[in-house]
Design a protein around this ligand. Structure first.
Ligand code: HSE
Length: 304
């Protein structure tokens, strides 16, 4: 009987305001990836359903999931099956700052490992994913779940994952505008002022400690940032107004998700009104947008 492997990977919201390149949260929005081995066939067919189905590469070697599966096989000096079907069912909007690339890479690593003996620890998966993706704040929450705080030490990624409870909601609103991380990084300055660095150290410490101690009314201060948000907001038309509308509608705070274009609001109530206010504000400026009310996904990627 043919066996199908099924990996489920959460969306992520990287940076979380002041935690640029270090902090990320896994969210309860998932991409599902299936691999079915087909002995006798000598290629791997790629099928894609859901978001990005018309744009993402359907050639195994060109698709990020396939590339990550191959990277695992190369690292472990083992072979992947020659024939099969890889099916992607995507709910995470691509190129919107919700970790769609991370989900593809982490899913590919999970499947690649499962097809070659399931020997990799989550730490090993994280280090490989960081090399492939470039930023630990995006891949670490997808692997570990929760609020993931990462550092790079001697080329290895170390992550502390803190579970967050369901009292806290995350309202994500994604405008139709796609922003690549590369483009969003070009908007950043080469150097920053010393006082701004001190500002961010205090803010990110306050953010993590506020979340850890469940003092959610303090989140807004922890989200304040001087490293990337001020430079990137101009890439999201009317983004500054949408953030204001979120807070006026009852959000505890709001910022850019990852490198954008999604905006994320934190809330312990009024979620539907917050989402409506944010979407309406984009719409009023001629921009289509879709939203979700999510919780923190504390488990991380898994094989089901
Ligand atoms: N920390 C990264 C950035 C996340 O904001 O550029 C995107 O991969």
């Amino acid at each position: 009987m043919t066996k199908t492997l099924h990996a489920q990977i959460p969306a992520t919201s990287a940076n979380v305001g002041s935690g640029f390149d270090a902090v990320g949260i896994a969210l309860t929005l998932y991409n599902d990836i299936y691999f079915t081995e087909e002995p006798g066939k000598d290629t791997i067919t790629v099928e894609i359903e859901g978001l990005g189905a018309n744009k993402l590469p359907k050639v195994f070697d060109e698709n990020m999931v396939g590339q990550a599966m191959k990277a695992v096989a190369v690292k472990k000096r083992q072979a992947l099956p020659k024939g099969g079907t890889l099916k992607l069912v995507n709910a995470i909007p691509p190129a919107r700052g919700l970790g769609s690339s991370s989900a593809a890479l982490v899913g590919g690593i999970l499947l690649g490992d499962a097809l070659t003996g399931s020997t990799m620890s989550r730490d090993e998966m994280l280090s490989l994913a960081t090399v492939l993706e470039g930023h630990p704040d995006n891949v670490a929450p997808a692997i570990y779940g929760g609020l993931a705080v990462s550092v790079m030490v001697d080329g290895k990624t170390l992550t502390n994952s803190i579970p967050l409870d369901d009292e806290l909601s995350f309202v994500t609103v994604s405008p139709e505008i796609e922003i690549s991380t590369e483009e969003a990084r070009k908007a950043l300055p080469k150097t920053i002022d010393y006082q701004n660095a001190v500002f961010n150290v205090s803010r990110v410490s306050f953010l993590v400690s506020s979340l850890f101690t469940k003092q959610y009314d303090r989140i807004a201060y922890g989200l304040q940032d001087k490293l990337h948000v001020p430079y990137r907001l101009s890439l999201i038309p009317s983004g500054d107004l949408v953030l204001k509308k979120a807070v006026e509608a009852g959000a505890l705070g709001a910022t850019i998700s990852g490198s954008g274009s999604t905006l994320i609001a934190f809330a312990t109530g009024n979620e539907a009104a917050i989402m409506e206010a944010m979407i309406n504000c984009f719409n009023d400026h001629g921009i289509e947008a879709t939203g979700h009310v999510l919780k923190c996904s504390n488990e991380g990627a898994k094989l089901i």
